[in-house]
Ligand binder design. Structure first.
Ligand SMILES: NC(=O)C1=CN([C@@H]2O[C@H](COP(=O)(O)OP(=O)(O)OC[C@H]3O[C@@H](n4cnc5c(N)ncnc54)[C@H](O)[C@@H]3O)[C@@H](O)[C@H]2O)C=CC1
Ligand SMILES: O=C([O-])CC(=O)C(=O)O
Length: 333
């Protein structure tokens, strides 16, 4: 049985994400949990003629939803409004993520967990710290979802160079998932892409990728942030992970924000960690049956990207400390 649980399933991301996952034959049970409207969304999706069973679970039914989960996807929490940063969501979303992590620790401690709720740079450390407190933390199994940054990068570069096919050109995006912590490694795009850009074009493109979320928040004008493109990105990541962990497919790569203990064999990750003091970082990861198979080496960065990375590192440190301190200060022993 492959049970996938969506926490926050009735929300702007949760609904289209559940719809996309309903189409996968790798999933046998799709459990939708939300504090509002989950049974309705589940009833609706359950009429679609694919194999998986769909169940809906309301406010008091988190434990039941999570029991026996193979994978838990978490788009629960409040989204931004214009003028807010992702960090402004911390106040509300930190507590939501902490409670869901406690639920995972109690009901499905071996599950793969995909954290979408913002601010990802801090909510992933919160999630991991709670699992550690319960003695069930496996760094190979917890992922901060930064796939939307990769999806946007592919699309935005194809608007600058129309000979690029956005559906097949993947860009490595490292760092974290907010503003200056998003570091797209455009120098890695084959075919001399970066060399073809003026400095102005490179600045504009980099800024657009880093602040792509703001573009949507502004356009939605108070009605939330990216939901449909996020559902697409979240489904892509979930299905890639399931192909590795359920079907045993090796070698798929995605950029994702992980605890760097996920790969203790990589000397360059060790050196990076010693130099920066960061325990969490988004980087290209290769999947295997246990989740993270390998964290890939950081490629050689251009001096432009090196500068972006140093700015990202400083901000990430603050974001990570904020997440870990929240758990130290807010858990009842
Ligand atoms: N990682 C990423 O790239 C992205 C992350 N996000 C983040 O995803 C989160 C959700 O965004 P939207 O779906 O647009 O928001 P939304 O408000 O439309 O949906 C959130 C859902 O979570 C539910 N919820 C709240 N507390 C809950 C709890 N304790 N347990 C279960 N469900 C709970 C709400 O009832 C609601 O249905 C936000 O924090 C947003 O910033 C959004 C876009 C991209
Ligand atoms: O911008 C936001 O608040 C939502 C998000 O993370 C994104 O679209 O990348």
């Amino acid at each position: 049985m492959v049970k996938v649980v969506i926490c926050g399933a009735a929300g702007g991301i949760g609904q289209p994400l559940s719809l996309l996952l309903k189409q996968s034959n790798l999933i046998t049970h799709l459990a939708l949990f939300d504090v509002v409207n989950a049974p309705g969304v589940a009833a609706d999706l359950s009429h679609i003629n694919t194999k998986s069973k769909v169940t809906g679970h309301g406010k008091e039914e988190m434990d039941e939803a999570l029991q026996g989960a193979h994978t838990v996807v978490i788009p629960a929490g409040v989204p931004r409004k214009p003028g807010m940063t992702r960090d402004d969501l911390f106040k509300i979303n930190a507590g939501i993520v902490r409670d869901l992590a406690t639920g995972v620790a109690n009901n499905c401690p071996g599950a793969f967990v995909l954290v979408i709720s913002n601010p990802v740079n801090s909510t992933v450390p919160i999630f991991c710290e709670i699992l550690k407190k319960h003695g069930v933390f496996n760094p190979k199994k917890v992922f901060g979802i930064s796939t939307l940054d990769v999806v946007r990068s592919s699309k935005f570069i194809s608007e600058v160079n129309t000979s690029i096919d956005p559906s097949t050109t993947r860009v490595t995006v490292v760092g974290g998932h907010s503003g200056a912590t998003i570091v797209p490694l455009l120098s890695q795009i084959p075919g001399g892409f970066v060399g073809s850009l003026s400095q102005d074009q490179l600045d504009t493109l980099t800024h657009r990728i880093q602040y792509g979320g703001d573009e949507v928040v502004k356009a939605k004008d108070g009605a939330g942030s990216a939901t449909l493109s996020m559902a697409y990105a979240g489904a892509r990541f979930t299905l890639t992970l399931l192909q590795a962990t359920v079907s045993g497919q090796r070698g798929s790569v995605e950029s994702t924000y992980v605890n760097l203990d996920a790969d203790l064999t990589n000397e360059s990750v060790k050196a990076f960690r010693n130099r920066t003091g960061l325990d969490y970082f988004a980087q290209d990861v290769e999947f295997g049956p246990d989740g993270v198979e390998k964290i890939l080496d950081l490629p050689t960065l251009s001096s432009y990207e090196q500068k972006l990375l140093e700015t990202a590192i400083a901000e990430l440190k603050t974001n990570i400390d904020k997440g870990t301190s929240f758990v130290t200060e807010n858990t009842i022993a």
